[in-house]
Write a protein that binds this ligand. Structure first.
Ligand code: MN
Length: 295
């Protein structure tokens, strides 16, 4: 099953080139009072919502997928967890390229770096454009397999990790290169992208064996397979949940393979991960960066 959010927070079921509008199924989510519980409430109430979806989809209105604005398939993750340096060839290119390394000591292994977080406010869907934080500097694309957590968990052993996965999507970890901390360079508005929709885990036999490819303006930049992850999906869930409680809807971006490179205003990225769809994301052409301030 492929589920999307679109336009003004509508819920859709993807069927071929069409969206079945199943928004009324969201009424299965109980009303909330302050403070809202941690976790995305669509994911937390997934079974109840999907029961309504199944009951109503035959008579629900349909529209062309091409005409809608896609939102991130998860609206309210508590965190977007990111794996740095999680493909060997990306580690090698990072050490070889001063434009990535920026004077850091040798880039080594994910066990030395741990994981990092992107702000949930940085999250957009593929219907949005990326607005470059520092238009005058190098901003790179990083295509990554994204895992969406289905239920709360802590200290999850890798052998049980799949029980906690609701599904998968394509993720883009947009990155300004430079000397600043990761949470500054990678976490501004529109620097975390998730889409085009959520594909439920039952449709993906092995997340650790998926082809992925990113092109910029039609030219291939990144082409790899998740079989080359240093910490695979199961190990990442174990690693993350040893420190962070995972909540429904939390997103794990599993790291980018080799081939990262700069994008500039007006560029269009073509994204593909096997089983998760094809999509395009544009770098906004008009944004001139924030206003000048006193240092
Ligand atoms: Mn990344």
């Amino acid at each position: 099953m492929k589920i999307c959010r679109f336009n003004d927070n509508r819920l859709g079921l993807i069927e071929g080139d069409e969206i079945v509008d199943v928004t009324p199924a969201l009424e299965a989510i109980p009303p909330m009072r302050y403070p809202a519980p941690l976790g995305d409430q669509l994911v937390a109430n997934w079974a109840a919502v999907m029961a309504k979806v199944a009951a109503m989809k035959g008579a629900a209105p349909r529209q062309a997928l091409a005409g809608v604005k896609l939102l991130p398939p998860v609206g309210n993750p508590t965190k977007i967890i990111n794996a740095p340096i999680n493909y060997v060839k990306h580690i090698q290119e990072s050490n070889a390229d001063p434009g990535i390394k920026h004077g850091r000591t040798t880039i080594t292994h994910i066990s030395d770096w741990g994981l990092f977080l992107k702000a949930t406010s940085s999250l957009v869907g593929f219907g949005d454009e990326v607005k470059l934080l520092y238009p005058e500097r190098r901003n790179d694309h990083e295509l990554e397999l994204a895992v969406v957590i289905g239920k709360q968990g802590k200290n999850i052993p890798r052998q049980k990790a799949r029980e906690y996965i609701l599904g998968y999507a394509m993720g883009l970890d947009m990155t300004t290169r430079g000397k600043e901390l990761l949470s500054w360079r990678k976490s501004g508005d529109s620097y975390a992208l998730l889409g085009p929709w959520l594909t439920t885990a039952d449709e993906i036999a092995d997340p650790n064996a998926l082809d992925l490819e990113l092109k910029v303006n039609g030219a291939t930049r990144q082409k790899a397979n998740t079989c080359d992850l240093v910490y695979n999906v199961d190990r990442l869930i174990e690693y993350a949940s040893d420190k962070y409680t995972l909540y429904p809807g939390d997103v794990i971006l599993t790291g980018t393979p080799e081939g990262v490179g700069p994008v500039v205003p007006g560029d269009v990225m073509q994204l593909y991960i096997a089983g998760l769809g094809h999509a395009e994301v544009k770098i906004a052409g008009a944004y001139a960066g924030p206003p000048a301030r006193e240092p």
